[in-house]
Design a binder for this molecule. Structure first.
Ligand SMILES: [Mg+2]
Length: 183
């Protein structure tokens, strides 16, 4: 089976990195804990006058490269491969691509190893990636694009995607992924 795996969220800990930098850089400003996050895009949970500072952190040199690996992610990916599944790292770069694109490749090389670099599929529209009836594991609540997806979207669980209207979708973490996907 093909298993497409999103990077930010399922593999790379975007949330904790952002929050650590935010609180260090602006210790007197408000901050929102992960449990209280409601919107997929971090800046949308904050007042508009803070959006530029938030984006500057995420677009900054080293932000993507230094994201920690989510617990259990590496083991899960390697297990998928060992079970014979075709795993693709399906990631969408920021429109402000200057640091993000290169650093996503470097992140994979650093944390997963060189062989995994060949499994990166980077593009804005994930619906045009042929999932061949398999899965896309992604924390984004709704994934739209120009095609009808050939994969089933499985939510990687985060507080901001716990939305009642999405309760029909499968939801997993790296602790229960094999039960949820029944593989
Ligand atoms: Mg993501």
């Amino acid at each position: 089976m093909r298993i497409l795996v999103d990077m930010d969220g399922p593999l790379a800990d975007y949330e904790s990195s952002f929050l650590a930098i935010w609180r260090e850089r602006f210790p007197d400003r408000e901050w929102i804990s992960l449990e209280d996050r409601k919107e997929f895009y971090i800046h949308r949970d904050y007042p508009r006058d803070l959006w530029d500072d938030i984006k500057q952190i995420c677009e900054g040199v080293g932000f993507f490269l230094n994201l920690p690996v989510i617990d259990g992610a590496v083991e899960a990916l390697n297990t998928m491969l060992s079970l014979g599944h075709k795993v693709i790292l399906c990631t969408s770069p920021l429109s402000s691509y200057e640091n993000c694109v290169l650093e996503k490749y470097q992140w994979v090389d650093k944390n997963l190893g060189r062989d995994w670099v060949n499994r990166i599929h980077m593009g804005k529209d994930k619906t045009i990636v042929n999932g061949d009836g398999g899965y896309l594991i992604d924390d984004r609540p709704i994934i739209e694009g120009m095609d009808t997806p050939s994969w089933e979207h499985v939510l990687f669980d985060y507080p901001y995607n716990r939305i009642t209207e999405l309760s029909y979708k499968k939801r997993l973490t790296w602790e229960n992924w094999r039960e949820v996907l029944e593989i």
